[in-house]
Design a binder for this molecule. Structure first.
Ligand code: 6CM
Length: 257
């Protein structure tokens, strides 16, 4: 009789349930975890990565690769930024409201679907680079934190993974733009030095380690030499501009761990 009176409530988060039922979910799960693994691999050794830009703590590496005659050079960058947390940096990279503030190659951005608060589908048009056609990109973007038991000194990791997708309402190459295909990830980890009670931590005690990886297929004709020259100039510019934007956005705000 006593047992009958007890009520058991099971709560199922409706958002989590609907996200995991979305048709893109298995791909989002798989690509995000693959990208996290790939980002954590070292650039030394047999990977064939060549350093092409260096500035302070920033290092950028690329591998020259082509697919069907198009440049698809994989890029990997590491950076260390003081005064911001990985969660803050990932939030700025993910959230549509900040994008125009740091993404210099952007002409236009629309969120075409909200799969969850951590998973959006973006349609972007990028600035035209002469003599090629203008490019657009349609991709899902997913944010998550991953617990990090391997590293006792660092906090959990935050990752944003962007990966091209399709949408019947936004077919590729239908207008003046050529569609690019991309897989991008940003992985961040926060370190506190010297270690402190969380309520006494100041911005000068925190450091964020960033890894950024990108593979972009230009989707159609683009002269290899122009594309490589554009990447060599634009990627370092992007990472410096983006991280400075994060520092500026966060400096007078409470720290978000
Ligand atoms: O990762 C970056 N940005 C994210 C948010 O916008 C997202 C977008 C990536 C788009 C990258 C494709 C841009 C390519 C546009 C130019 C192609 C020109 C081809 C013709 C050349 C002759 O992941 C930062 C991306 C920084 C790019 C420098």
């Amino acid at each position: 009789d006593r047992l009958k009176k007890k009520s058991v409530s099971i709560s199922i988060d409706p958002v989590v349930t609907s996200v995991s039922k979305h048709k893109l979910w298995p791909e989002i799960e798989r690509v995000t975890m693959e990208q996290l693994h790939y980002a954590r691999l070292d650039v030394g050794g047999a990977g064939g990565w060549q350093l092409f830009a260096e500035d302070g703590d920033m290092r950028m590496y690329r591998r020259e690769e082509e697919a069907d005659g198009l440049v698809v050079d994989p890029l990997k960058a590491c950076h260390v930024v003081k005064g911001v947390t990985g969660r803050e940096v990932c939030n700025i990279f993910f959230s549509p409201e900040y994008r125009a503030g740091w993404e210099a190659t952007l002409d236009d951005m629309t969120v075409v679907e909200t799969i969850s608060s951590d998973t959006l589908v973006f349609l972007q048009t990028h600035k035209r680079i002469w003599p090629a056609s203008q490019r657009d990109a349609l991709f899902w973007s997913h944010r998550r934190s991953v617990s990090n038991t391997d590293d006792p000194d660092g906090s959990d990791l935050w990752i944003i993974c962007n990966h091209s997708t399709e949408h019947p309402d936004y077919p590729a190459n239908a207008g003046k733009c050529v569609r690019v295909y991309l897989t991008v990830c940003l992985v961040c980890q926060t370190f506190v030095d010297p270690p402190k009670d969380p309520k006494n931590i100041r911005r000068e005690d925190i450091t964020c380690k960033i890894t950024y990886c990108s593979v972009v297929n230009p989707g159609g004709w683009a002269p290899a030499s122009v594309l490589r020259a554009v990447y060599k100039r634009e990627y370092p510019k992007f990472l410096k501009r983006f991280t400075n934007f994060c520092i500026e956005q966060c400096k007078d705000k409470p720290i978000v761990f």
